[in-house]
Design a protein around this ligand. Sequence first.
Ligand code: NAI
Ligand code: OAA
Length: 333
Amino acid sequence: MAEPLRVLVTGAAGQIAYSLLYSVAKGDVFGPNQPIILVLLDIQPMLGVLEGVVMEMMDCALPLLKEVIPSVNEMEAFKDVDVAMLVGAMPRREGMERKDLLAANVKIFKSMGHAIDTQAKKNIKVVVVGNPANTNAYICKKYAPSINPANFTALTRLDQNRAQAQIAAKLGVSNSSVKNCVIWGNHSSTQYPDVNQAVVDLNGKTMPVREAVKDDNWLNNEFIKTVQQRGAAVIKARKLSSAMSAAKAIVDHVRDWWNGVPDGTYVSMAVPSDGSYNIEEGLIYSFPVRTKPDHTYEIVKGLTINDFSREKMDATEKELSEEKNMALSVCES
Ligand SMILES: NC(=O)C1=CN([C@@H]2O[C@H](COP(=O)(O)OP(=O)(O)OC[C@H]3O[C@@H](n4cnc5c(N)ncnc54)[C@H](O)[C@@H]3O)[C@@H](O)[C@H]2O)C=CC1
Ligand SMILES: O=C([O-])CC(=O)C(=O)O
């Protein structure tokens, strides 16, 4: 069997982690032959809850789980970590935008960037989930200058899954029949869910989603709005933000990054912009990416962008650029 991977989950006493940990520990992300050491980080007041989570992880008696290490010490927790799922942060409540969390959360990611820089494996892979996820990932990357910037990503897979599920429901097909929905930009209400590249298997034939749906008005309006506002709709209904679906999306994101996706398929990840599609270099912007079995990815280039898409891609870029400047001033104050 392979050497165990050291996987860190922050916010481990919180609600997303409670849905996430079992799935990671049973092999849904790294496969059935990869043993795991789970490091669970939270803050001191949550230590009692964290200990309960550790007991439950033990009681699952999972074959791949070699060790569970609870921690409330950031520097210790990041030591030699291979993969970090940065969930720990304050969630928003009804009536807030995710960027309203910036002042409260961004300093967490400055401090984690420093811990990553000094403690973690140099090829660590990081997914930031805590909101505002893209900008937190930007700050984390900035404060970890010894790590390849490409190793810092933020989660927009939940948005992609939401888009895919909306299309599948509209057409009455299974979720797996819909492919290549793209999320551009910020994990916020300015994100642009784009179906112009998406395809669906319908009646034994693969066809463009636009051709199958035959309702551009719905695709250009209600569909986009539903995906953009889905997090807020869940908060309104549950009085808590998405957790089960967020955990599933984290599993999808890291599994596809780790293992690669088949040729012709791409997934949305918020990654450092290399200037593709004229997006400001360095911003953590959600693009379609092709992941490869060597745990790397590349931004899918050369997609045709029409005027409608361009306007929406620019609007979400503008928001990210503003968030970046706000975050930098919080971190430098
Ligand atoms: N990117 C995405 O798609 C999504 C992001 N989120 C975000 O994920 C974050 C976590 O959400 P929930 O689990 O529902 O929240 P939660 O409040 O249930 O859990 C958060 C946990 O993080 C811990 N925490 C706070 N500061 C920490 C620190 N410095 N180090 C380690 N742990 C720390 C808290 O003590 C708490 O146990 C929120 O910011 C939420 O907005 C939620 C859903 C989807
Ligand atoms: O909406 C929120 O605050 C939680 C979240 O990011 C989501 O559900 O997409």
